[in-house]
Every structure is written in C-alpha cells, then in structure tokens.
Design a protein around this ligand. Sequence first.
Ligand SMILES: O=P(O)(O)O[C@H]1O[C@H](CO)[C@@H](O)[C@H]1O
Length: 281
Amino acid sequence: PGPSSVTTWSFEPPQPTVAVICGSGLGLLADGATGKQTFRYQDIPNFPVSTVMGHEGCLVFGTIEDTSCVFMQGHFHLYEGYSLCQVTLPVRIFKLMGVESVLVTNASGGLCPDFKVGDIMIIKDHINLPGFAGQHPLCGPNDERFGIRFPCMSDAYSKDLRRLALDVGSELGCGDFMREGVYCMVSGPNFETIAEARMLQILGCDSVGMSMVPEVTVAKHCGLRVLGLSLITNKVSLDYSREEKVNHEEVLQISKMRAEVLQKLVTMLISRCQQQNINTN
Ligand SMILES: O=P(O)(O)O[C@H]1O[C@H](CO)[C@@H](O)[C@H]1O
C-alpha cells in the first residue's frame, strides 16, 4: 500500500479473535473486512519481512460483521532463510493478542489425480516432512506458557470448521471445486522432481507446498482452532513425458483468478462462525 494507507503506532487495534494467514497471491482475502488498519511488517519491531512475490508483507486489522480479525498478507518460509521460530512468531503473537481461531491459506500443487487447477482443498491433515528431519518449530526447550511438551496432532484441523467450510462453499456455488485432502510440506524452494512427487503420492499426500505446517503446529500447540484451505494452483508432474513445467508466475496467476471466490468464502465463514458460535473441535 502507499504510505497514506499505512497506520502509525498510535493506533490501538481492537483485540482480534480470528487470524487469517494469506498464502501466495491471496492478500486480497482482507478485502472483505471493514475499518481496516494496515501495518507494514518492516515497521513492526523484530517482525520478519516478506521476500517472496505475491506476499505484500502487511498486517491488516479489520472487522467482519462483529468479529475482529487480523490478516497476515504474506507469511514466511524456511526457504527464505528464516528459522522456524521466526516463521511461527506471528502465531504466538496472535495467541498473546487473544486470537482463538486461525484460518490458514496457501497455494499448492495437486498430487491427487482427481484434483484440477483452481480446486480449493480443505485440509484435513498434513505430513510434516521437514519435521521428520528435525526441522520442527517446537524443537528446543518447551515454553509451558504456550502448551505442553508433547502435543497431539491427530486433530490439528477443526472438524466443525471443515464442515462449515464445505457448507459455506456449496452455498456460494463452489461445491464443484471444493475438495478435502492431505497437505504435505516440503522445504522448497525448488518444485518437486518426478520421483519425489511419486513418493509423496504413495505416502498419501493429495497436495504439496512449502508452507503452513509450522504455523499450524504452533497454533495447535497453543490451543488455537485451525482451518486450512489450500488452492490447487498446478498439477504436479508425475510423468516423465509431461511437457508443462511449473513456475511461481503460474501459481500467482491461479491465485489471482480464485482470490475473489476465496475472499467471499473466508468472509462468509468468519461471519457464520460467529453466528453459530463455533467453539469446539
Ligand atoms: O504456500 P504459499 O506461500 O501459499 O505458496 C506456495 O507457492 C510458492 C511457490 O510457487 C511457495 O511459497 C509455496 O509454498
């Protein structure tokens, strides 16, 4: 945003109860909120800055109906050189601000043969591949103020919120391109080789991306409710004869194409959540 729309630190934001983390090219998700106040990451002490195209690098406070929200226009990745502690810092800040639910969005490549480009996948589970190799945001001394040493991850994604997302999606006429599936995080920054993609498919992954899992893990650790939505921006090559080559420009182009629909979905979801007072798993 231009300097005129950026707020100075004299502003006291209302306590948000919902945080929306916007994935690649999805910063527009904040458009459904009113009374917006924007802060650039670079102006927030000790906050990382976004280095990837399609991640504006702004924290936006606003309201959807009566729900006070904070939107992260751009999130952080291991491949940018950030530690997982830095990648997940915003989630802990949200917890301290009083946030109760986190809605995480991202762009990913489809591995499930039934998925099409432009599908919205409601995440039901994930595979933390970097975590298997010790790249895990909860490694190190456990901070008991946030959560327990050995958190359960089998129910990281709220069932109620997933059901609500499906209902709202079909109400908005998105039923034909809404799916459910398992997201796998890889560190990136390269897109997968064909052998890697085949391995991930055999492991039960429906889509693959380079983000989100650290934030979700830290959110679950500190007791936040999580909904994950992944936009399928490309089909991952599983065949050596396939000519198409994936690239980040294509990812951003598909995100742009679906941003408006996703924004309506997210806005309606947040207002429904409040109406139905969803507060269980
Ligand atoms: O997960 P987000 O940041 O939405 O974006 C996905 O798209 C980028 C690659 O095109 C990577 O950052 C990958 O993780």
